[in-house]
Design a protein around this ligand. Structure first.
Ligand SMILES: [Zn+2]
Length: 130
């Protein structure tokens, strides 16, 4: 009988914080405003707002920032996103603040593919032609 497959995986928890750019901010951002992302959930501190337009600019990057990336990948090194308003100098800094473990079976109904059987020396040489 097959053992249950280990279906754990890790994602980074993220913190996104408003930082000053080289020009004045013209939207309602305040330096230090933040939100956090844990798994699929976004958390804001009580009473603090966050621009939906700024959020729209950040959303495509958040799932990529949650996942491990190569040290040489720009997705690893680049962490400041500009406000989509071309007149606004705000930047939003994405920081990986920790890791969290999830289980595939708890986040999707799609089954994992079967684990490929290890090839033995005998089976890997079968069918070879030289
Ligand atoms: Zn702005």
């Amino acid at each position: 009988m097959a053992r249950p497959r280990d279906d754990r995986f890790e994602l980074y928890d993220l913190r996104v914080e408003v930082v000053a750019g080289d020009r004045p901010m013209v939207c309602g951002h305040r330096v230090g405003d933040w939100f956090e992302v844990r798994g699929e959930n976004l958390t804001l501190p009580p009473g603090q707002a966050f621009s939906i337009y700024a959020l729209a600019a950040l959303l495509p990057l958040l799932p990529a920032k949650q996942r491990p990336t190569a040290a040489t990948d720009w997705m690893t090194t680049d962490a400041e996103i500009a406000c989509p308003d071309p007149h606004c100098g705000a930047r939003f800094r994405i920081t990986r603040v920790g890791t969290r473990t999830f289980r595939h079976s708890e986040v999707t109904a799609v089954p994992l593919p079967p684990v490929p059987r290890r090839q033995t020396r005998a089976s890997s040489s079968r069918g070879r032609t030289r």
